[in-house]
Design a protein around this ligand. Structure first.
Ligand SMILES: [Fe+2]
Ligand SMILES: [Fe+2]
Length: 146
């Protein structure tokens, strides 16, 4: 039988819709890993809040926090790549731009839909983000500290 803490963790994990940072996503560059973890947490928060009685204003604040963190992170990652002369910066930048297109689409839907959000948006964002980390960001493994 699970104790209360474990039940709470199981409940939180369920509400996060499987949006959880796992060790296989670690690049080994602490600043980038911390940013990936922070972004994952915000996406999990967004998933937990979506489709609940949370106000549109509160959802908007989470979305705006997510946009800020994504922008800062993508810029930082591209600077990291330039500073370390990593190959593949054109692909990274193009994928980051695709991510911002997706975010803009979600923000547009959010505004047009009366400032409501269901769990589809955070789930879609998370699938995209995780796949990008696995397929592109993990290539930065071993390219130094920054
Ligand atoms: Fe990236
Ligand atoms: Fe990244």
């Amino acid at each position: 039988m699970m104790n209360d803490d474990r039940l709470e963790i199981a409940d939180a994990t369920d509400k996060a819709g499987g949006i959880i940072w796992t060790e296989d996503l670690r690049l080994g560059t602490p600043s980038l890993d911390c940013e990936h973890q922070a972004i994952t947490l915000i996406m999990a928060r967004l998933h937990a809040a979506a489709g609940t009685a949370v106000t549109g204003e509160a959802l908007g604040l989470i979305l705006s926090d997510l946009v800020d963190q994504l922008q800062a992170h993508c810029l930082h990652e591209e600077q990291f790549m330039r500073a370390n002369r990593c190959p593949g910066i054109a692909v990274q930048t193009a994928q980051h731009n695709q991510l911002f297109d997706l975010v803009q689409q979600i923000l547009g839907d959010f505004e047009r839909g009366g400032f409501q959000l269901d769990t589809t948006a955070p789930t879609t964002l998370w699938r995209w983000f995780r796949a990008h980390v696995v397929e592109s960001d993990l290539r930065l493994k071993g390219w130094g500290e920054w």
